[in-house]
Design a protein around this ligand. Structure first.
Ligand code: PLP
Length: 379
């Protein structure tokens, strides 16, 4: 059989359930298609119920949520924001929107997230120079909880507010508590490739009711309380539509199931590929952490196999299987060549050795087997 005869296996395609359509139908029947309405309220309530956050504001993207979240923390022109280098660019772009500068921190080898030791070094150095970063951006990459105990202790010690980018980590937890609720502000993404999707969307969660109100205000063009259009602050058009929130409501019903399935996919690959020389799995869960295993990621050790991640990726592509390199660290991006970086070996090494495997929750065992066989044929 030629490879074209197979259906393409995507990395992490949207996976809809049975109930999204009901919410959409109702919205159209009732004429609620603007960025206001019962689905929007319901979607925010669902997110609050699942995470335990007191307030949620549904927005057009996770990036928009990070943008408004940083603004809530007071980030503005000339400020500095601590940020992991090993993440998607959407984590750091809003720092630039606000005229601030990111200070990048390397990963540690277990969770692949921000290294507490490197963060301490950076904070002590900045402190000595009389510089106080305005915010700390924490990311739970690939749904893996960061070492929150250590990182949050440092944020408290140096009195830096925390924005938790849980865009990839909906449904993951730490000490039994959902990720996204540990920072002063938490952010989720409902982009098409995430564990749940509204096609495009995001959410900001916080326990601060004044902040939630402010976020709604900014997200709808910052209209002052006046009978005419009056504005005294810069606003944005960032509110999610009631239609897309309907998809979100249907998706939220599936969250537990989807996390279970992603974890099963990870466990299946691990078991099937455990004897492949030079191939290992990562990242690993920190004490108390439970990943949603959004994407299954592997590392190839050049001392044990001659196959590079790029060769494996092209080989899988020949079998009509999509795989992707790990996120290219931000300190290596042309966009950020002048930004300070603390460390860098760990995340650079991960980037050079890693690959993301198809992890969509609609995959069946035959699909997984196809990926495993293709990998075993070359590595
Ligand atoms: C997807 C993602 C975002 C941005 O979310 P969008 O909804 O696509 O804007 C931010 N940070 C990380 C780590 C992401 O993976």
């Amino acid at each position: 059989m030629r490879s074209q005869d197979y259906d393409r296996l995507y990395l992490s395609p949207p996976h809809l359930g049975r109930h999204e359509l009901n919410y959409l139908h109702k919205a159209i029947e009732d004429n609620w298609v603007a960025p206001a309405g019962p689905n929007l309220d319901g979607f925010e309530r669902d997110i609050c119920e699942f995470t335990g956050a007191e307030h949620c504001v549904a927005l057009t993207s996770g990036t928009a949520a990070i943008h408004l979240g940083l603004r809530l923390l007071g980030v503005g022109p000339g400020d500095e924001v601590l940020c992991p280098s090993f993440t998607f660019v959407a984590t750091a772009n809003p720092v630039l929107y606000l005229g601030a500068t990111p200070i990048f921190i390397d990963s540690e080898a277990d969770t692949w997230n921000m290294c507490p030791q490197r963060l301490r070094e950076a904070l002590e150095q900045l402190c000595q120079q009389g510089r106080r970063p305005k915010a700390l951006l924490l990311v739970h990459l690939y749904g893996m909880p960061a070492k929150l105990r250590e990182l949050l202790a440092l944020a408290a010690e140096f009195e830096i507010p925390v924005l938790e980018d849980a865009a990839e980590a909906l449904g993951a937890s730490y000490d039994g508590r959902p990720l996204g609720t540990f920072g002063d502000v938490g952010v989720f993404s409902f982009n098409g490739n995430k564990i749940l999707t509204t096609s495009g969307g995001g959410a900001l969660v916080t326990n601060n009711s004044a902040w939630a109100q402010k976020t709604r205000f900014w997200a709808t063009q910052a209209k002052d309380a006046a009978p005419y259009y009056q504005h005294s602050e810069v606003g944005y058009n960032y509110r999610l539509s009631n239609l897309l929130a309907g998809i979100g409501r249907g998706q939220m019903e599936l969250l537990e199931d989807r996390v279970k399935k992603r974890r099963e996919i990870y466990a299946w690959y691990r078991e099937q590929l455990k004897f492949v020389p030079g191939l290992t799995f990562g990242p690993t869960e920190p004490t108390g952490g439970r990943s949603n295993r959004w994407l299954t990621t592997i590392l190839l050790n050049p001392a044990e196999t001659e196959v590079t991640p790029e060769q494996l990726r092209l080989h899988l592509e020949n079998h009509n299987i999509e795989s992707r390199p790990l996120w290219k660290p931000l300190h290596l991006q042309p966009l950020f060549t002048t930004a300070p970086m603390h460390g860098g070996e760990v995340c650079t090494n991960l980037f050079q050795r890693g690959l993301c495997l198809p992890s969509g929750t609609a995959m069946e065992e035959a699909d997984l087997r196809r990926v495993a066989h293709a990998i075993q044929a070359i590595v």
